[in-house]
Design a protein around this ligand. Structure first.
Ligand SMILES: O=C(O)C1=C[C@@H](OP(=O)(O)O)[C@@H](O)[C@H](O)C1
Ligand SMILES: C=C(OP(=O)(O)O)C(=O)O
Length: 409
């Protein structure tokens, strides 16, 4: 599906949007519910990644295909490895077969798991023969993906002896690890995280508990970008959010003050208000704690005509696509001057955006969604726009309610 986006007539927008649950919290909660069936979950994500996680958890044999879902791939690897009597081949999209999983597989093997590579060493698909895991200490590199660590932590309380992890190297995407531990604490599991050492105590049963998933902050990022590109006076309300979020991407509220966007919290609703047009000509952020909002911020800066330097982006090349390369290519089409290295991106202030460019999305939901707010500045096309369903199936519908012209062409 190719969409043409056109500039809304009214650039002072006042609207409310309901966003569904965080996909990160959803996929953790679903896994915990599979281990402890008396748990209840509210405000589940309606994302493809949430759906494949739910379907995957129901399987006991055969092939489990998680498509593009990194969290489902990593979390189900730990889950099936610890499930005696279950035997599955865990696979995914072509891109998923290029996303590394060796660090997690090695750690699980250390703990006694039986996992074999079906095609290429270090990458999905993998064949997992579930085993009772009794060893409880392992060390693993922490600088590639926090999802390996969360995968181990999620099964940790269900293991007879709990689990102690030693994290090696600089720890990346730390808020996601803390989110996993916070959810364990919510169901009554004792955990500790000190320095590079994490300990999770075993827990065979949990009390009846309802996990209420907060809505997705990464999805909220696109509305921050839209508000930043709208007139002063714009107000978009998003629900349901908390001021004490478990999601690292909630740092958006702070970052977007630099772009004149103020956030107020009231009764689980956030109101994003464009309060000022006074913005700096260049901004710099370190995003190793919030890698998923790098694309949004870069495109906001292009739209505002300001420069940026974003660092801490070393994980971007192994996500849904090589996001650093994809950003450079697509921004260049729009007239943006971008340089990248292994962990950072620099965009020079760009005064004119080239109109009617067709943005390629590389099977990456965030490429489509991050570029969409540019419709406040120019007419553009988005190729393969259906990719948004990975995390936000209602994205285009919600954008239409804001008055942005969206037409399939
Ligand atoms: O644990 C999670 O839910 C996630 C962790 C992050 O991945 P990395 O730890 O690989 O950076 C993030 O990019 C991803 O969208 C979701
Ligand atoms: C990186 C992402 O997802 P995952 O790694 O779970 O595929 C994302 O949603 O931006």
């Amino acid at each position: 599906m190719r969409l043409q986006l056109s500039i809304p007539q009214e650039k002072t927008i006042k609207k409310s949007i309901q966003i569904t649950g965080s996909k990160s919290e959803t996929n953790r909660s679903l896994l915990l519910q599979a281990l402890y069936p008396n748990l209840k979950i509210e405000n589940l994500s309606n994302s493809d990644d949430g759906v494949v996680m739910q379907q995957g958890l129901k399987k006991t044999t055969g092939e489990v295909d998680i498509h593009h879902a990194g969290t489902a791939m990593r979390f189900l690897t730990g889950y099936f490895a610890s499930q005696e009597g279950k035997e599955v081949v865990l696979t995914g999209s072509q891109r998923m077969q290029e996303r590394p999983i060796k660090i997690l597989v090695e750690a699980l093997r250390e703990l006694g798991a039986e996992i074999d590579y079906v095609k290429n060493e270090g990458y999905p698909p993998i064949k997992i023969t579930g085993k009772k895991l009794v060893k409880n200490q392992v060390s693993l590199p922490a600088n590639i993906s926090s999802q390996y660590i969360s995968s181990l932590l999620l099964i940790a309380p269900s293991l007879e002896n709990g689990l102690e992890l030693e994290l090696v190297g600089k720890i990346t995407s730390v808020p996601y690890i803390k989110m996993t531990l916070a959810l364990l604490e919510q169901i009554g599991v004792q955990t500790s995280f000190e320095g590079n050492h994490i300990k999770v105590h075993p827990q065979s049963e949990v009390e009846d508990t309802t996990l209420v998933v907060e809505s997705d902050w990464s999805s909220a990022s696109y509305f921050y970008s839209i508000v930043a590109l709208c007139n002063v006076g714009t107000e978009i309300q998003l629900s349901s959010y908390k001021s004490n979020s478990l999601q690292g991407d909630s740092v958006l509220a702070k970052i977007y003050t630099d772009f004149g966007v103020e956030t107020t919290f009231l009764d689980n609703t956030i109101t994003l208000t464009k309060v000022s047009d006074k913005i700096p000509s260049h901004v710099e952020y370190e995003l190793s704690n919030a890698p998923d909002i790098a694309q949004t911020i870069t495109v906001t800066c292009l739209g505002l005509g300001i420069g940026c330097h974003l660092a801490g982006l070393h994980t971007l090349p192994i996500k849904e696509t090589d996001r650093l390369a994809a950003l450079k290519t697509e921004l260049a089409k729009l007239g943006g001057h971008v340089t990248i290295d292994a962990e950072s991106l620099t965009l020079q202030a760009t005064k004119t955006i080239i109109p009617d460019v067709a943005i390629d999305t590389y099977n990456d939901h965030r490429m489509a969604m991050a570029f969409a707010p540019l419709a406040l500045r120019t007419t553009l096309f988005v190729n393969d726009a259906g990719v948004v369903s990975k995390s936000y199936p209602d994205f285009w519908k919600d954008l239409t309610t804001l008055g942005i012209g969206i037409q399939e062409v």
